[in-house]
Write a protein of this length. Sequence first.
Length: 155
Amino acid sequence: MMSLKTTIIMLGEEKRKVSVKIAIGDADALIALVYEEDSNHTRAKKAVEFLTAQKYEIIYPNTAILEAITALKRAKNLPEKAHLINRQYQAGTFTVEFIDELVQRQASIRFEKTVSKKNTIFDCIVIETAIKFNTRVIFSFDDFFTKQKFQLAGE
C-alpha cells in the first residue's frame, strides 16, 4: 500500500510563489486516496500524478480535511484512515486554506441556490475557494462541480 504522504504530493509555501497553477481539493478526493476500496481510488491516484506532472499545487480548504476525517470515521467506520489524514494534516503534508468569513458567506449564498440533497455547504466552500484562487480546477469526483462550470482534475 502506498502511503498518503507518497501519494499526495503537495507543494510548500516556498514554491507557491513560483506556482501559477492551482487545484482546489475536495474531501472525496482525500477519501479516495486513503481508502483503497473506494470506487475512485485509482482515479484519485491518476489525478495526483497528472496534477504533479503539470506542476499544480493542490490547496485544500480546511473544511475539506475536516469533512474527510469525519466521513471516514463516522460514515465509513474507518477510524484508522481518518487518523491517517489527521496525522498527515498535523505533519504539514497538505497546503491548507483556512476559510474566512467572506468565503463562508459566499458559500452560504451559493448553498441556498442548490436543490439536490447531495450538494452540501462543503461543496460550496470548495467552489468559493476556487473562485478566491482564480482557478477552475477542482480535485474531486463530484459532478456538481462540472455542472458549476469547473473542471475536475485529470479529466
